[in-house]
Design a protein around this ligand. Structure first.
Ligand SMILES: Cc1cc2nc3c(=O)[nH]c(=O)nc-3n(C[C@H](O)[C@H](O)[C@H](O)COP(=O)(O)OP(=O)(O)OC[C@H]3O[C@@H](n4cnc5c(N)ncnc54)[C@H](O)[C@@H]3O)c2cc1C
Length: 354
């Protein structure tokens, strides 16, 4: 890491390291609470938040079960993105339900068996024949409703402008070994929202992180209706402008974090069998997710170092979990409100005390 060149505002009470989804929402809530904050973020194109499709899907996996805490985190996230839309005067969120074109007869059966049990989020598609001009789907269509699509890149960019306007952004890598000079004693609270860089963060690297890479193709598909997100093994999700995001992989063992020819080849083969429309591949993205073995976030203050904190470990669900837990962490830092014990990093006191 490079030596720290910036000296922070001597009045800064809190330093936030990283401006992905976590750092964005945490800085937003602390700023709203009147705290004097400084955010460090060195611009990088391939962070998890910039590569993410931006989907909140209330159900997950082959068994189509509800995702953790979805009844609380999804409505909270929708309100949070809408509040930021008002504040930043941009569109950030739209309801776009997922049409699930079952890839096999077994998956169709699994969906139909879940339908009577999961009446809140699962439906049969209203007019299944209307999609025949766009897709091949011999095993029918299910719908997940409601699902939400966030424009995370616009959120990060617009919030960054606000931070700059308030002189709250330092576009540099925060050097943990050589922290910036501050006149405060004790030093300002430093909260790490550093995503996958947290795997090597000396304060938190013993947390049970796990590596999980994801890749996506950015594709132009003229004439495909932008009313929905589409799924058949892979997800086809509206992206910037009139483009589509197509992915993703979930890779636990990989030699490179860069985009790979094998993902591109496999995805093109899947697209060719699913999609009836012509398309052009425009770009290819890849990033690691800040995942962990427990699939629960890391939120709160270090058990031994009360001026050091963390908001990380969002895994595959940053869009829904980050607003909720950033709010909870801000309320903890400002008003000493409790953090959900299943997310509180204090649950790792033993590991973090070694
Ligand atoms: C292919 C893919 C698809 C995904 N799709 C979805 C989806 O549809 N829905 C969903 O909910 N989630 C999705 N995710 C997961 C989601 O992207 C993550 O959960 C979320 O973005 C994590 O946000 P973060 O703020 O913790 O980390 P990041 O986005 O990685 O942000 C960390 C930031 O900290 C900065 N940083 C790190 N160290 C330092 C330092 N020392 N100094 C200064 N800056 C530093 C980094 O540059 C970065 O800007 C997807 C992920 C991938 C890879």
């Amino acid at each position: 890491m490079s030596p720290q060149s910036a000296t922070i505002d001597p009045a800064a009470e809190m330093i936030i390291v990283g401006q992905g989804i976590c750092g964005t929402f945490l800085s937003y809530y602390l700023h709203k609470a009147g705290k004097k904050i400084v955010v460090y973020d060195a611009p990088r194109p391939d962070t998890a938040s910039k590569v993410a499709s931006g989907v909140i899907n209330p159900v997950t996996g082959r068994r189509i079960v509800r995702t953790w805490m979805i009844e609380e985190v999804m409505p909270f996230a929708v309100d949070a993105y809408r509040a930021l839309e008002q504040e930043l005067n941009v569109q950030l969120i739209e309801q776009k339900n997922i049409l699930d074109f079952h890839p096999t007869a077994q998956m169709q059966l699994a969906f139909e068996e879940r339908l009577p049990q999961e009446t809140q989020y699962l439906k049969k598609s209203d007019h299944p024949a209307q999609w025949q001009q766009y897709f091949n789907y011999p095993f029918g269509i299910g719908e997940t409703n409601p699902c939400w699509l966030m424009d995370i890149n616009t959120l990060l960019m617009e919030w960054r402008k606000q931070l700059k306007q308030h002189n709250q952004l330092i576009e540099e890598t925060y050097n943990i070994d050589n922290p910036p000079a501050s006149t405060l004693n004790p030093p300002p609270l430093t909260i790490f929202c550093d995503g996958v860089a947290g795997f090597n963060n000396p304060f938190f690297k013993s947390l049970p992180y796990t590596r999980m890479k994801g890749e996506a193709l950015i594709v132009s598909i003229p004439h495909l209706p932008r009313t929905n997100m589409y799924k058949q093994g892979l997800n086809i999700v509206p992206w910037k402008g009139d483009l589509w995001w197509v992915g993703s992989s979930y890779e636990w063992n990989f030699e490179t974090t860069a985009p790979t020819a094998s993902f591109k080849q496999k995805t093109i083969a899947q697209l060719n069998s699913f999609l009836k429309l012509p398309y052009t591949v425009i770009d290819h993205l890849a990033s690691e997710r800040p995942a962990n073995m427990e699939r629960r976030p890391f939120v709160g203050l270090h058990p031994l170092l009360p001026h050091i904190g963390i908001l990380n470990g969002m895994g595959t669900k940053g869009c829904s979990l980050a607003p909720y837990f950033a709010h909870q962490l801000a309320a903890h830092l400002v008003n000493n409100e409790p953090i959900n014990p299943l997310a509180d990093v204090q649950r790792f006191t033993k590991i973090l005390s070694r």
